[in-house]
Ligand binder design. Structure first.
Ligand code: FES
Ligand code: FES
Length: 176
């Protein structure tokens, strides 16, 4: 196995929210730092930086993952979605973002981008998820402000609306 020189720099090319991007990173640069510092995608937050709090959650080829547990070089050739990719092209908030605002599901907002990314995967893969399943999904995220009530209420409203619409609501925007 060839070891990477710690002082080397690598050009990383991948899809970020549907656009081809590239940036340069050292081998040990974390994906969180790369997204924020090299690409300016500061919606992905760095909290605990060891995989516990969920603030850094992004979607990698559709799966919600902790960006703080990935190296930047692991993004090469992948399809990455961050919270910046949830709103429409006209900056219209997604249905889940709108519901978060309506239900006061955020206070400081530090945890919010990661939670939105996990809920977006859940809605796509398990649109029939009930409250227990939604709470299970949220268990991977630490929010120190809200008590989670507004977050659950927002998610329940969107999942219910999604079911009533036959799964069509928000489809064109990748997520809700
Ligand atoms: S910053 Fe990645 S899980 Fe906390
Ligand atoms: S809104 Fe402050 S940590 Fe969740």
């Amino acid at each position: 196995m060839r070891l990477l020189d710690a002082d080397s720099r690598h050009t990383i090319r991948f899809q970020l929210n549907g656009k081809a991007v590239e940036g340069v990173a050292a081998p040990r640069m974390l994906a969180t730092d790369f997204l924020r510092e090299a690409l300016g995608a500061t919606g992905t937050h760095a909290g605990c930086e060891h995989g516990v709090c969920g603030a850094c959650t992004i979607r990698l080829d559709g799966k919600a993952v902790r960006a703080c547990l990935l190296y930047a070089v692991q993004l090469e050739g992948r399809n990455v979605q961050t919270v910046e990719g949830l709103a429409g092209h006209d900056e219209e908030l997604s249905a889940m973002q709108t519901a978060f605002r309506k239900h006061h599901a955020l206070q400081c907002g530090f945890c919010t981008p990661g939670i939105l990314m996990s809920l977006s995967q859940l809605l796509e893969e398990e649109p029939g998820a009930d409250e227990a399943r939604i709470r299970d999904c949220l268990s991977g995220h630490i929010c120190r402000c809200t008590g989670y009530h507004g977050i659950v209420a927002a998610a329940l409203e969107v999942f219910e609306a999604h079911r009533r619409s036959g799964g069509e609501s928000g489809r064109e925007r990748t997520d809700v």
